[in-house]
Design a protein around this ligand. Sequence first.
Ligand SMILES: CC(C)(COP(=O)(O)OP(=O)(O)OC[C@H]1O[C@@H](n2cnc3c(N)ncnc32)[C@H](O)[C@@H]1OP(=O)(O)O)[C@@H](O)C(=O)NCCC(=O)NCCS
Length: 276
Amino acid sequence: MDPRVEQLDAREIDGIVDLSQSVGWDYAPAEIATAMAAGTMVGVRDSAGGLLACAGIFLYPSLASLGLVIVRPEAQGRGLGRHVTAACVELAGDRPVVLAATEAGRPLYERLGFHTVGTLHKMFAATWTPIDQSVTVADGLPDQVQTIDLDAAALGTSRAAFLAARIAQACDHVSVRDGAGETVGFALAVQAPEVRVIGPVVSQDAGTALALVDALARRHGGRLRIDVPSEHNGLVEALQARGFVLDRIVPVMALRPERLPQGNGTRFAIAAQAFG
Ligand SMILES: CC(C)(COP(=O)(O)OP(=O)(O)OC[C@H]1O[C@@H](n2cnc3c(N)ncnc32)[C@H](O)[C@@H]1OP(=O)(O)O)[C@@H](O)C(=O)NCCC(=O)NCCS
């Protein structure tokens, strides 16, 4: 018999954090709260009501981002991953669906018809060597509408609800203006339990993206993470020269890849693998 896949609400945040810890992931409750605010989480329970599996789908106008696919180790290999993923794909309607795959997840997504369409450089830094700043980076963001517009041009689709939740969650924000005072780039940072995650980074060029990362990194003494679309190899190399080390090249997979929205090339770091 197929398992019952149900929608999860904010009462389940601690249950999802606990489920993520069972597979060695370190989601903070704030990250799951953002997921709940920006999209839909589904799950499967055991007979006692405990969570065995979950997945999340984040619907943007012309794109759906899938993530947080987790099955408790003792319940893996029984089709639960397939069921929660399929439920999310159904919620996406006819949108193209994109995700960043782990090694463990890849066979499941291939079986559901996903194809690899690109890669991310997932990188960590224990320390950061500051650059000589030639770009003036301002603390804080422009108004939310400008930020949403810049992000929408970068991604190829707008995600206002996600960004509002992400900006509220962020522990640090920076932006860059052009000579006319128009904001032309921004970057956010959120604090995970053991690492500060930088992203999204939206910017006209790699040099300005590096300046935005530098502004966030130089005032945080601890560990950093960033996920850079691999085509931005100039930024990848600059980050490696300043202390970042490649952890893994992550496949980006998509369903209906021919309909993926085209961004304008200014997305130098994603927000997080679940959200794009
Ligand atoms: C990845 C994960 C979600 C899979 O969940 P699961 O419940 O074990 O997967 P399922 O049992 O639904 O398997 C789905 C399909 O993938 C296939 N599959 C799974 N593992 C496979 C493997 N190692 N090799 C080949 N095929 C595999 C199976 O054939 C299965 O198809 P079937 O249902 O027709 O038999 C689970 O292993 C997990 O939580 N891992 C840790 C977190 C993680 O990496 N999440 C993925 C994020 S992208």
